[in-house]
Design a binder for this molecule. Sequence first.
Ligand SMILES: CC(C)(COP(=O)(O)OP(=O)(O)OC[C@H]1O[C@@H](n2cnc3c(N)ncnc32)[C@H](O)[C@@H]1OP(=O)(O)O)[C@@H](O)C(=O)NCCC(=O)NCCS
Length: 146
Amino acid sequence: MGRRPGRAARGAGRRPGRLRVLPGTRAGLPEDDWRGLLRAGGQRLAWLGDVPVGLARGAVHRDEHHLVGMWVSPTARGHGVAAALVQSVVEWARGLGAPRLLLWVVGDNAAAQELYRRAGFAPTGRTQPLSTRPWQTEAEWALELG
Ligand SMILES: CC(C)(COP(=O)(O)OP(=O)(O)OC[C@H]1O[C@@H](n2cnc3c(N)ncnc32)[C@H](O)[C@@H]1OP(=O)(O)O)[C@@H](O)C(=O)NCCC(=O)NCCS
């Protein structure tokens, strides 16, 4: 596309075989944990034609199944990409026999909350300060799969 590659792409090229932790990610997670997350097989990439436009990941943490890292390119929003990604991660969790799928969403993210509500998730009542912006609160939501 002629655009300068993003930081992640540039960083990945420098150290083949190593996973780099970039600012704003879960810094401090050991490399084995990152590789374990990838082995769980929950990562999803959505394509429109040959263009990647969205991503989300199913992750297993302390025996619980989580939907994390939901993001859709601004140019592709409003076309059901996120809804399709949610369903794909839900199927991933069902395939592993998970009793429920959890996620965390920031209090003022109305678009994401509506997305998750439409997919059947509901708040569990648990909240916590956002790790990157502690003055904001995120809430746990769950979809019962049983
Ligand atoms: C939230 C986000 C993932 C939605 O992606 P999307 O592909 O545009 O969503 P979809 O088109 O699949 O929408 C599915 C449903 O979500 C809800 N929704 C999506 N965007 C919305 C918005 N801006 N306002 C209100 N509801 C919205 C609607 O209920 C929609 O269903 P409908 O179109 O039938 O009304 C996208 O805006 C995004 O990447 N935001 C930045 C990152 C982010 O907030 N991630 C979530 C972190 S928890």
